[in-house]
Write a protein that binds this ligand. Structure first.
Ligand code: GDP
Length: 403
């Protein structure tokens, strides 16, 4: 008897549950329309890279109960609901402005910050009597602009001689004299092209080094734009794994112009990121790989170990085509000390002077070229995306002394 009662109770409970399910499902909203197909993303390949695994969790397909009237007693049918695809914002690829003549466009900024030097020199040279005091003032003006002791003496000596030979001077003649002498100091016959086209096979490999805060990552991002503007394809290597957010920062720069960024885990091995970036660049058939590095000047040995290893590991693929040292022009003599340390650690092939828009010390161009014996190739003239310009001595000197 007890068994019969128990069976009846179970039957009632089961039927009740099924009935509730059917009623409940009827009350539920109909399924939403199928999600739109994923947007067409032109950028990066889906292949994972070092350290990316943790950041891209896979969408598990969600299982649910089919919402139909079930025949009495039939078990609920589990079906797969299509995965919910998040609407990713389609990155809008920007078209960077052409690089030719950029320095001319940015000349106003340069003039604003550097004008004091040129104007000061012209005013002094225009004095009727160029006595010892005046020449000393000219020297001081050049030294204040960070031209450096040796170059300053050379310039003053040559100017003295030419002014003496000239005798009477018109402002136009003085301007011409000063322009010529400043140009000689800055140098017009150095090769200032950023080397990105290797003789043998692609991609060109550029390593960007410098102390944190100088604008290294920003410069790497801006340089990617310069190259894209010139019709080249770029892969970025975020080998500054020590500074939190450096990789995100670089990736954002890259996405804006459709350049793929290879990154690693924070605090991970910079050399392995650099290696992977070049590997990726090769596989993608890219023209150039730009590698941003960490610039912790904790000890020279530490720096040497780090950068040395990055270089060695990258060169398992191919030799570096360019090693750019980024220096903050506002740091003056300190920048020169940094330049010396880096030059001992890696073979610098070009200098990028950043923040020239925010200092009257443009003379550092001359000083740092002398110090390292390598040319300034690029200058940073603002925080805007296209405020990095190939360095052109004529445009630079014209900005110093005004038209
Ligand atoms: P990193 O630590 O060397 O990688 O330095 P970042 O690339 O993060 O740059 C540090 C700061 O310098 C950022 O706020 C940049 O916007 C700024 N910066 C970089 N280049 C220039 C430049 O040419 N002019 C100005 N005014 N700021 C710059």
């Amino acid at each position: 008897m007890e068994t019969i009662i128990l069976a009846v109770v179970i039957a009632v409970v089961v039927l009740g549950a099924l009935g509730g399910l059917v009623v409940g499902s009827r009350r539920r909203k109909p399924l939403p329309p199928p999600p739109p197909s994923p947007p067409d993303i032109t950028a990066p390949p889906a292949e994972p890279h070092v350290g990316e695994e943790a950041e891209t969790p896979r969408e598990e397909p969600r299982r649910t109960i089919e919402e139909v009237d079930l025949p009495d007693g039939a078990p609920p049918v589990a079906v797969e609901e299509p995965p919910v695809v998040e609407e990713l914002p389609v990155p809008e690829i920007e078209v960077p402005e052409p690089t030719a003549g950029r320095l001319v466009r940015l000349r106003a900024r340069l003039s604003r910050s550097q004008n004091a030097l040129g104007k000061g020199l012209l005013t002094l040279l225009s004095r009727e009597h160029l006595d010892e005091d005046t020449w000393e003032e000219i020297e001081d003006t050049l030294l204040t602009a960070d031209v450096g002791v040796q170059p300053t003496q050379e310039l003053v000596e040559r100017l003295r001689e030419r002014v003496r030979v000239l005798g009477t001077r018109t402002p136009e003649e003085l301007r011409g004299l000063l322009r010529e002498e400043l140009l000689t100091l800055v140098g017009t016959d150095m090769d200032r092209v950023v080397k990105t086209e290797p003789a043998t096979s692609k991609p060109g490999i550029v390593m960007v080094v410098g102390v944190n805060g100088t604008g290294k990552t920003t410069t790497t991002g801006k340089l990617a734009r310069v190259l894209v503007a010139d019709g080249r394809s770029v892969v970025l290597g975020a080998a500054d794994t020590f500074r939190a957010a450096a990789a995100d920062q670089l990736q954002t720069w890259g996405e804006r112009v459709g350049a793929y960024t290879v990154r690693g885990p924070e605090g991970g091995d910079p050399a392995s990121v650099a290696f992977d970036a070049v590997k990726e660049g090769k596989e993608m058939g890219s023209d150039v790989v730009l590698i941003d590095t960490a610039g912790r000047l904790h000890t020279k040995t530490g720096l040497m170990d780090e950068l040395g290893k990055v270089k060695r590991v990258v060169e398992k693929h191919a030799p570096l085509d360019e090693v750019l040292l980024v220096l903050d022009a506002t740091t003056g003599q300190n920048g020169l000390v940094q330049a010396r340390v880096f030059a001992e650690v890696v073979d610098i092939t070009g200098i990028v002077l950043t923040k020239l828009d925010g200092t009257a010390k443009g003379g550092i161009v001359v000083a740092v070229q002398r110090e390292l014996g390598v040319p300034v190739k690029l200058v940073g003239l603002g925080e805007g995306a296209d405020d990095l310009a190939p360095f052109e001595p004529e445009a630079f000197v014209d900005a110093l002394i005004g038209d």
